[in-house]
Design a protein around this ligand. Structure first.
Ligand SMILES: Cc1cc2nc3c(=O)[nH]c(=O)nc-3n(C[C@H](O)[C@H](O)[C@H](O)COP(=O)(O)OP(=O)(O)OC[C@H]3O[C@@H](n4cnc5c(N)ncnc54)[C@H](O)[C@@H]3O)c2cc1C
Length: 463
């Protein structure tokens, strides 16, 4: 029997697809490399079939079958990943969107238990109906899933207040590479040995399939207060971000744009000055006083506060603009190449990482904007947006490779971490051993122990 026929016996014929369009659609993620290959009409690695489990038991049976037949499996959530983490060469794609139920809402404990394939915006909308919201608000919320968030170690735009996905995950159910189903208890904190379940956060499908996630949720906040501050130099803005992050001011959102990123942000606001600027929002207890103190600490000039509202309204528009740019119908013309590199650095290294990457990338691309998008007491995320109107698609492909070489080398040399939230996939895999040092061997040993047949998303994370 063929792989699709054997899988049909497990999940039913209607849950296995070999339709050419289905295979094409699931042959890659939304990384620039995959989108460029599509634009160039290059054939991407086609999966053997797409299987759509409906239950955790289905997932376990599929994984058992894969082990018995030594067939690679590639989990697929929303396919919104941007690191080339999905390349199902002679593999079966396990498309998880049919597992889309909210299994439980514990209002008293503020916990929602959702199947892995629930789309972020569907879960958030459901919570709104009950007066709650997800603290996790990635730009890709409409095209990404709960299981994908956990598997990539994602971070939402409101992380300053609510934290990254690792702070919001209270429990998990998963299927390990041998088909075993494991669950965590979902209590607020434990001191019960190493947090082994957290191995699946950021594992990108290499250590198992996350089938259910329990997330901490928040009450819908009362009115929001917005603040915009302008600076003459980026360094003044960085100092402001650090001071605000290190005080007890708790902005819901805080972003600082450098001059080049300001030009991207303000492309539809020709009258606004292109100085570095910061936007912040405050909600909840004592918000006016916290905002006033943030402005005092920032020591900048009051900017146009309506830009903050503009950000809230249009914060997810870039999803479509990015896809338009990459299919050659956007502002950068038919051979456009755009990429993002989000890295992190301690405050003491941040200036070096910023300049090193800006110089290295700036020597090669038409546009290199940077903003600080997520802040911590000890440092921040530097988010670089890179773009060029290339001469040809081959030129675009070559530029992409040299941007990554230049950007990652500069980041590592200056003391930064190679990814803050997009993950590794295949794109960053060759820098991961350097990044992890001695922990790389531990990861390899774990992979060999848990997945001796190497069936789970081979190639992602370089494993
Ligand atoms: C325009 C745009 C904006 C974005 N904005 C953000 C942002 O604000 N913050 C952010 O963090 N990221 C962002 N991303 C990146 C992306 O949306 C995230 O990485 C997201 O978490 C991926 O979720 P997904 O469901 O689409 O996963 P997929 O792309 O389907 O998969 C990503 C990886 O996880 C694995 N995987 C998926 N589901 C499971 C599962 N249930 N169990 C095990 N492995 C699984 C896949 O095999 C793959 O390796 C953005 C992407 C785009 C295109």
């Amino acid at each position: 029997m063929t792989a699709p026929a054997e899988l049909a016996e497990i999940v039913g014929e209607h849950r296995v697809s070999v339709h050419p369009q289905d295979l094409h659609r699931h042959s890659g993620d939304r990384s620039p490399a995959a989108l460029l290959a599509r634009r160039m009409g290059r054939r991407l690695a086609r999966p053997l079939c797409v299987v759509r489990p409906r239950t955790t038991k289905h997932v376990a049976q599929i994984v058992e079958w894969a082990n018995a037949t030594k067939t690679p499996l590639v989990p697929y959530g929303g396919g919104s990943g941007v690191t080339d983490g999905i390349r199902p060469d002679r593999a079966v794609v396990v498309e998880l969107r049919a597992m889309n139920e909210i299994r439980d809402f514990d209002e008293k404990s503020r916990l929602v238990r959702a199947e892995c394939g629930v789309l972020g915006s569907d879960l958030d909308n459901a919570l709104h109906g009950w007066g709650f919201m997800l603290g996790h608000q990635p730009q890709s919320i409409q095209i990404s899933t709960v299981g994908g968030w956990v598997s990539t170690g994602a971070v939402g735009q409101l992380s300053s207040r609510y934290g990254g996905i690792e702070d919001l995950v209270a429990g998990m159910e998963a299927v390990l590479p041998d088909g075993r189903i494991v669950r965590t208890k979902g209590t607020p904190r434990t001191a019960t040995g190493p947090d082994v379940a957290s191995l699946l956060i950021g594992a990108e499908g290499t250590l198992g399939i996350v089938t259910e996630v329990t997330l901490r949720v928040s009450a819908l906040p009362p009115a929001r207060l917005d603040l915009c501050v302008r600076f003459e130099h980026m360094a003044e803005g960085v100092a402001a971000c650090r001071k605000i992050a290190q005080e007890d001011l708790d902005p819901t959102m805080m972003r600082l744009y450098d001059r080049d990123d300001a030009a991207i942000f303000l492309r539809n606001h020709p009258d606004e000055p292109r100085d570095p600027f910061m936007i912040l929002s405050f909600e909840g207890f004592d918000a006016p006083a916290r905002m006033e103190e943030a402005f005092r600490l920032a020591r900048g000039e009051r900017g146009n506060d309506s830009l903050v509202d503009h950000w809230w309204v249009h914060r997810n528009d870039l999803v479509h603009e990015y896809l338009n740019l990459m299919d050659g119908t956007g502002l950068l013309g038919p051979h456009a190449m755009v990429e993002t590199m989000e890295v992190s650095a301690r405050w003491s290294d941040l200036r070096d990482v910023y300049h090193a990457m800006k110089d290295a990338l700036g020597a090669q691309a038409d546009i290199v904007g940077c903003h600080l998008s997520h802040h911590y007491i000890d440092g921040a995320c530097l988010y670089f947006s890179i773009g060029s109107a290339c001469d040809s698609d081959d030129d675009a492909a070559a530029k992409l490779e040299s941007w990554w070489e230049a950007g990652m080398s500069a980041c590592i040399e200056a003391g930064g971490s190679i990814s803050h939230h997009h993950g590794i996939g295949r794109r960053r895999a060759r820098w991961l051993p350097t990044e992890l040092g001695g922990w790389w061997d531990v990861l390899v040993a774990l992979k060999k122990t848990l997945d001796p047949n190497g069936i789970m998303n081979p190639g992602a994370l370089g494993l």
